[in-house]
Ligand binder design. Structure first.
Ligand SMILES: *[C@@H]1O[C@H](CO)[C@@H](O)[C@H](O)[C@H]1NC(C)=O
Ligand SMILES: *[C@@H]1O[C@H](CO)[C@@H](O)[C@H](O)[C@H]1NC(C)=O
Ligand SMILES: *[C@@H]1O[C@H](CO)[C@@H](O)[C@H](O)[C@H]1NC(C)=O
Ligand SMILES: *[C@@H]1O[C@H](CO)[C@@H](O)[C@H](O)[C@H]1NC(C)=O
Ligand SMILES: *[C@@H]1O[C@H](CO)[C@@H](O)[C@H](O)[C@H]1NC(C)=O
Ligand SMILES: *[C@@H]1O[C@H](CO)[C@@H](O)[C@H](O)[C@H]1NC(C)=O
Ligand SMILES: *[C@@H]1O[C@H](CO)[C@@H](O)[C@H](O)[C@H]1NC(C)=O
Length: 234
């Protein structure tokens, strides 16, 4: 009797664990295009925060060691990081100012307030993790923030082009595997800036939340990558 009931208890538990694993590790991605810019996109819900990550890769034959990224995060927030595969280097996105909508009312036919961001207030940088913190390192990658970055409703969209000599050996560009696990972390803790230009920042991971998804390399690779770069003006 006892043995039976413990087995009955176990089955729903195992099912719950399985559901959790599927939900956590296999969030679906889809190709989303906005104004001729397409990115392989994951719509995530990280502790009730709707986070959208879009990534576009150039073809391997192009020889470009770079990618496009569009991170959309709810306000208020502190920072976001994405980690590709088992790499030490991550990408960290944040705004150095609290982006506030302009005090003008939206036109009646608009459902959202849509504001261009001052791109010099936005950061998208390589960062490395140690001791429960991320440290941004502007020397590890070259980033250009697109003027298509925007504040839409209560979401901040940071659109950037990132290149680095490091990416040639990074898992994201590996052709040996079909997909990479991308781990997305968000936190509402404000960055601690270590220099006056606010390029180097310490990002405290202690109150952060994460979720992972599978990034499909072939679906996220675009023949017209360079045309999309031009479209974004980066
Ligand atoms: C790039 O190709 C996609 C189809 O994969 C298309 O939807 C998009 O408009 C193209 N963008 C540019 C800038 O050519
Ligand atoms: C960035 O992502 C958001 C949310 O998916 C989308 O509304 C916006 O159009 C995207 N921006 C670009 C330039 O692709
Ligand atoms: C954007 O921010 C920079 C640095 O804070 C400032 O110099 C510049 O005037 C701002 N541009 C606009 C259009 O507000
Ligand atoms: C990398 O980015 C920098 C700065 O945005 C740019 O000057 C350089 O040409 C880029 N390199 C490559 C190989 O794309
Ligand atoms: C940034 O771009 C410059 C110019 O192309 C290049 O010399 C440098 O190696 C790049 N930095 C990294 C970390 O890739
Ligand atoms: C993390 O959360 C705890 C409890 O809510 C709070 O006391 C602490 O100040 C937070 N730490 C940071 C770095 O925000
Ligand atoms: C990855 O994307 C390609 C091209 O869109 C598709 O044919 C393939 O089935 C996808 N693989 C997985 C594991 O979803």
């Amino acid at each position: 009797m006892k043995k039976h009931s413990s087995e009955d208890m176990k089955t729903p538990g195992q099912f719950a664990v399985l559901t959790l694993l599927i939900g956590t590790c296999f969030a679906q991605t889809q190709t989303m295009c906005n104004h001729n810019v397409c990115m392989e996109t994951a719509n995530l819900e990280i502790e009730n925060n709707k986070v959208t990550i879009g990534v576009a890769l150039p073809t391997v034959e192009s020889g470009l060691n770079e990618f496009l990224m569009n991170a959309s995060v709810p306000l208020p927030y502190g920072f976001l990081s994405i980690q590709m595969g088992p790499n030490e280097v991550q990408m960290c996105d944040f705004s150095i100012t609290e982006p506030l909508p302009l005090p003008t009312p939206a036109p009646p036919n608009h459902h959202h307030n849509h504001f261009k961001m001052n791109t010099s207030d936005l950061r998208s940088q390589a960062c490395t993790e140690s001791d429960g913190s991320l440290l941004t390192n502007p020397m590890l990658a070259n980033t250009t923030i697109s003027s298509k970055s925007a504040l839409l409703g209560d979401h901040l969209q940071i659109v950037s082009r990132i290149n680095s000599t490091l990416f040639g050996v990074q898992d994201l560009f590996s052709t040996s595997s079909e997909s990479s696990v991308i781990r997305v972390t968000i936190s509402k803790s404000a960055p601690l800036y270590l220099d006056s230009s606010k390029m180097t920042a310490l990002l405290d991971l202690s109150n952060s939340s994460s979720q992972s998804f599978n990034f499909n390399h072939s679906a996220g690779t675009f023949e017209n990558y360079t045309a999309m770069v031009d479209e974004l003006g980066v």
